[in-house]
Design a protein around this ligand. Structure first.
Ligand code: CP
Length: 292
């Protein structure tokens, strides 16, 4: 059976910590690994992407591999071929397959018939590669993960869920503050609350994401009304630890979930997070493809 990365729950705590350390090694020496020498990796996108697409495509090349980037519109999936059959075919050519899609069931269908590793490049429920990159950013900033307090404020979405799962595995104290109706179900040992002010006390990092994610456009007005008190601004950061940093998975809507002063200011590590996607994913590909 191949190893898949669908939710992050497939990893042990030791593996998450090792992946973070390996990512930082790869960041220091980006061309030091040839783990994908002579191998190809399929990257399938059924939803738009900037960071995930570029970081995976460049990361595969840096590992000596060949990325095959596939848009859903150009595949026979668009004419009704199943994901399971697509997975069977891809496995005859490539060493791993990534998918960005909507329903988690589509990723599970792909993985169910794939004889090569399948990894999640974002689904409605999970974004584990983002969470791994976020842990890399925390380790890079604070020199440790164990015992850090990471507070996510805002929409209880795929990013919040993956932070709870993957952060919890690494020993991070994850708190998710979301308004009623926008909370995640309990997962990964995270503390759930609806009070952002109380939540950020003692925080080492405060994290947010857009209020209207892909697929949520119909409820945009309701979301903006409910999530207004969960914006990251300097006043919220002032309630956290003196050295606390702001995080955001991007893309951002400056002035909505985060102020421009924070997004482009001195108290954020957001642009490092975006770069760390590549290093974290390279470490993950080494693990899934058997080179680690
Ligand atoms: N954070 C993230 O997944 O960015 P993209 O949607 O641009 O890939």
């Amino acid at each position: 059976m191949p190893r898949h990365l669908l939710t992050g729950e497939e990893l042990t705590g030791e593996e998450v910590i090792a992946l973070v350390d390996r990512a930082l090694e790869l960041k220091a020496a980006p061309l030091s690994s040839r783990a994908l020498d002579g191998k190809s990796v399929a990257l399938m996108f059924e939803r738009p992407s900037t960071r995930t697409r570029v970081s995976f495509e460049v990361g595969v090349v840096e590992l000596g591999g060949h990325p095959v980037v596939l848009g859903a519109d150009e595949l026979q999936i668009s004419r009704g071929e199943s994901l399971a059959d697509t997975g069977r075919v891809l496995a005859g050519h490539v060493s791993a397959v990534g998918l960005r899609t909507g329903a988690d069931e589509r990723l599970e269908e792909l993985a169910s018939e794939s004889s090569v590793p399948v990894f999640n490049m974002l689904t409605a429920g999970h974004h584990p590669c983002q969470a791994l990159a976020d842990l890399v950013t925390l380790k890079e900033t604070f020199g440790r993960l164990e015992g850090l307090k990471l507070v996510y404020v805002g929409d209880g979405n795929n990013v919040a869920r993956s932070l709870a799962v993957v952060g919890g595995l690494a020993g991070v104290d994850v708190v998710i503050a979301s308004p009623e109706g926008f909370a995640i179900d309990p997962v990964g040992g995270a503390t759930l609350t609806d009070d952002p002010i109380e939540a950020v006390a003692g925080a080492d990092a405060i994290y947010t994401d857009v209020w209207v994610s892909m697929g949520d456009e119909e409820t945009a007005a309701e979301r903006r009304a409910a999530l207004g008190p969960y914006r990251i601004d300097d006043a919220l950061l002032d309630l956290a630890q003196p050295e606390a940093v702001a995080l955001h998975c991007l893309p951002a809507h400056p002035g909505e979930e985060i102020t421009p002063e924070v997004l482009y200011g001195e108290r954020q590590r957001i642009w490092d997070q975006a770069e760390n996607r590549r290093h974290a994913q390279k470490a993950m590909l080494e693990l899934l493809c058997g080179a680690a």
